[in-house]
Design a binder for this molecule. Structure first.
Ligand SMILES: NC(=O)c1ccc[n+]([C@@H]2O[C@H](COP(=O)([O-])OP(=O)(O)OC[C@H]3O[C@@H](n4cnc5c(N)ncnc54)[C@H](OP(=O)(O)O)[C@@H]3O)[C@@H](O)[C@H]2O)c1
Length: 253
């Protein structure tokens, strides 16, 4: 039975990954902060290993790193999904909040991927899905969140290139707006966003796993968002930036 480790499975896209992977026959290792929700999900899935950890805290990542490095219980698929957004201007946000976001959205992804890859390479099989965002593909009104997702995309593409031919795959999953707890947690009012722009978490996960089978390295769920990203690439970046600055609404960090 293959094993998948999913970060942030207690809500949204992570829950959808956990449920789908369980249906696909994976044994699951679930990592998040909320012990109650983790236990409830593990029960729902008919049993799963649980690691309660705040991935923004280096010492709490240790247990997850050690689990990924444990060669006697190989992890075949790592889903780096946990991530947070924010709202407000960069210059007026306390640095602690920006730093926590960087630790979770970037450092944890690098550290967990670094822990998982040697074993996968040695076995000549395995995959890492890094949940980024379309925000990381186009310039917007965002600052640290956008930058964190751009980092994750660049990291994933570089690793996928380096691992080509090894049997190990790396994907950057770039969803658009998805119905989850993400915006409420960050205090972002999304009332302005038309319903046509919204995706469902189950759909995002199905597209990601289908793309993984096809070796698609940057997965952009839905024709709508593929078209938006393609259109933004057809015009000079200065033009995209111009419109994003004027139409992008309040800034995000
Ligand atoms: N929703 C969107 O529109 C959207 C669009 C593009 C990309 N994304 C990306 O998708 C990923 C999943 O987000 P989501 O939309 O599913 O958000 P969500 O519903 O808010 O879920 C976030 C998950 O991350 C976990 N988490 C948050 N902080 C954590 C921490 N410090 N340590 C460990 N786990 C933590 C949460 O669990 P606990 O609270 O139990 O720790 C929860 O399970 C994120 O990387 C996000 O950037 C989302």
């Amino acid at each position: 039975m293959p094993t998948a480790l999913v970060t942030g499975p207690t809500a949204g896209i992570g829950t959808a990954f956990a449920r789908r992977l369980a249906r696909d026959g994976y044994q699951l290792v679930l990592v998040a902060r909320d012990a109650g929700r983790l236990a409830q999900l593990a029960r729902e899935l008919g049993g799963a290993e649980v690691i309660v950890a705040d991935l923004a805290v280096p010492e709490q990542r240790r247990a997850v790193v050690e689990r990924l490095q444990d060669g006697s219980r190989p992890v075949d698929l790592l889903v780096n999904n946990a991530g947070v957004g924010g709202q407000g201007e960069f210059w007026s946000t306390p640095f602690d909040r920006l730093h926590q976001q960087l630790e979770l959205n970037v450092t944890a992804v690098v550290e967990l991927t670094h822990a998982a890859l040697p074993g996968m390479r040695a076995r000549g099989a395995g995959a890492v899905i890094n949940v980024a965002s379309v925000a990381g593909l186009t310039p917007g009104r965002g600052s640290t969140y956008t930058a964190s997702k751009a980092y994750v995309i660049a990291l994933s593409e570089g690793l996928a290139n380096g691992l080509s031919g090894t049997g190990v795959r790396v994907q950057a999953l770039c969803p658009g707006f998805t119905h989850t707890e993400f915006h409420a947690r960050a205090g972002i009012d999304m009332a302005w966003a038309p319903e046509a722009l919204w995706l469902e978490a189950d759909f995002v996960v199905d597209e990601s796993l289908r793309d993984l089978q096809r070796d698609v390295i940057v997965s952009i769920p839905s024709v709508r968002y593929k078209a938006l990203v393609t259109a933004s690439r057809l015009v000079p970046r200065s033009v995209t930036r111009f419109f994003a600055a004027r139409l992008g609404g309040r800034s995000r960090n």
